[in-house]
Design a protein around this ligand. Structure first.
Ligand code: GRF
Length: 258
């Protein structure tokens, strides 16, 4: 269905099941709250915020959205590090304005994708040492990452099309930005959307965490479809991060840096 997420999970932060709820306990005839702790387990403390690292290459709209979700209490997390593959992009200014340490790691300064990826991970780790990021988020990052075994499941990407449905026409190497939306329109699809997926060693091939669908409307251009998809992305990415953190509690085991 257009405009709805395909799935969602219990929230990891204080806004989810771990946080306060209103209304009476089940079975209360008048719905009034019972005494504290009468028949419900005490909600667990939310724990420290998840430590996020963000990779970008451009405008940083996705980083801005994540920072806004955190500020609004919709995401129990903090962004501890940003790496850009391109110098002087707006995304770096977004990081600076939020007080997030950032670094530029350029592909051309490294001999291959593996060496480049290792330099990116080292820059992220250095920014949050002695901790390590719980989760690395690709946010408009346009370089190939090689994912070592210890980071499998710890890196998420958001793609501005439906995966795997649109994989054959609008995903993979070279499909980013308005190229994706132009390809979806050219395919004649009635729907597009956004997908958050785990990053593996392919292009846009990892397991899907969450997806949100939007309609393709008569007269759409890549720009109008892109704006509709990006609005969906702003809902989807925070929800997918909450879901992933909630379903993969093992991701939090490196925060001490021990
Ligand atoms: C979005 O289309 C997103 O799906 C893709 O990068 C775009 C956002 O880039 N991964 P930015 O945040 O505006 O730099």
């Amino acid at each position: 269905m257009a405009g709805t997420m395909t799935d969602d999970a219990p929230l990891a932060g204080p806004a989810g099941p771990a946080g306060p709820r209103s209304g009476g306990a089940p079975g209360d005839p008048d719905g009034s709250p019972r005494g504290a702790g009468a028949d419900r387990p005490c909600p667990p403390a939310p724990g420290p915020p998840a430590l996020l690292a963000v990779l970008l290459s451009g405008t940083g709209r996705t980083l801005e959205n994540l920072l806004a979700a955190i500020a609004a209490g919709d995401l129990h997390a903090r962004v501890g590090a940003v790496v850009s593959s391109v110098p002087d992009v707006r995304g770096l200014a977004v990081a600076a304005a939020a007080g997030v340490p950032s670094a530029v790691v350029r592909r051309r300064d490294h001999p291959d994708d593996a060496a480049y990826s290792a330099a990116v991970y080292a820059a992220l780790d250095a920014a949050v040492a002695p901790a390590r990021p719980d989760l690395i988020l690709l946010a408009g990052f346009l370089r190939k990452l090689v994912v070592p075994d210890d980071l499998l499941g710890r890196i998420l990407n958001i793609h501005p099309a439906l995966l795997p449905e649109a994989a054959a026409v609008a995903a993979g190497r070279g499909y980013y930005g308005e190229r994706v939306h132009a390809a979806v329109l050219a395919s004649g699809a009635a729907e597009s959307g956004a997908t958050v997926h785990v990053v593996d060693n392919g292009y846009d091939t990892g397991p899907v965490v969450l997806q949100e669908r939007v309609p393709v409307l008569p007269g759409d251009t890549p720009a109008t479809l892109g704006a509709r998809v990006f609005a969906a992305e702003c809902r989807l990415y925070p929800a997918a991060i909450r879901r992933h953190l909630a379903t993969r509690p093992d991701l939090r085991d490196r925060r001490s840096g021990a």
